[in-house]
Design a binder for this molecule. Structure first.
Ligand code: ZN
Length: 191
């Protein structure tokens, strides 16, 4: 069991066929995940391709996460919570300035992703829209988006099976609104 402390992140490699278990140990905590092909980092997770090929905005158990080159990167083999987001980019320093009007330094998923992924040669501009595990983004019929508290309860988890050799970036999200205004750790396991 590995622990991502609140408002931090990590990066690691995964082999084809390995299972990643991402756990919300306390409930109501989002984890942003980005993926890169370990053998060619220009191939990476694509929200647009995934929403297109899976024909839904709500990606959960049974769906695949697809790359910008239209290859399967992961399969979601189990999702005990069932609500994730694949529309919004990782929270970044600018998120807090633009959306929250906060001029002070604020930890962010974007910074936590690119600092840990740097050891794999990945730069800030390479970071795609993350798959936001446990994030609860609601949309009205007119298209209006709202970020509401996650539905995840303590112990909820998602199992992802790698369909290629991967570099994975993973966070415990730092945005107040996404996590019902309290920051908690994320646990993960490679099986
Ligand atoms: Zn975040």
């Amino acid at each position: 069991m590995n622990i991502i402390e609140k408002q931090t992140g990590t990066a690691f490699k995964m082999k084809t066929g390995q299972i990643l278990k991402v756990i919300d140990p306390e409930g109501e905590q989002v984890s942003d995940m980005v993926l890169f092909n370990a053998n060619d980092r220009r191939e990476k997770l694509s929200s647009g391709k995934t929403l297109d090929f899976e024909s839904t905005l709500l990606i959960t158990e049974g769906h695949y996460l697809w790359s910008n080159r239209s290859h399967k990167m992961m399969k979601i083999v189990k999702d005990t919570n069932g609500r994730n987001d694949f529309l919004l980019a990782p929270c970044s320093p600018e998120t807090f300035q633009i959306l929250y009007n906060d001029p002070e330094y604020h930890p962010s998923c974007f910074e936590n992703l690119y600092t840990h992924l740097a050891e794999f040669g990945i730069t800030p501009d390479d970071i795609p829209t993350a798959f936001n595990i446990f994030m609860n983004v609601q949309f009205d019929l007119d298209g209006r988006l709202s970020v509401v508290p996650p539905k995840s309860k303590a112990g909820d988890y998602v199992l992802f099976e790698a369909k290629m050799d991967l570099i994975v970036g993973l966070t415990a999200c730092s945005a107040e609104q996404s996590n019902n205004y309290s920051f908690k750790p994320i646990h993960y396991e490679l099986i």
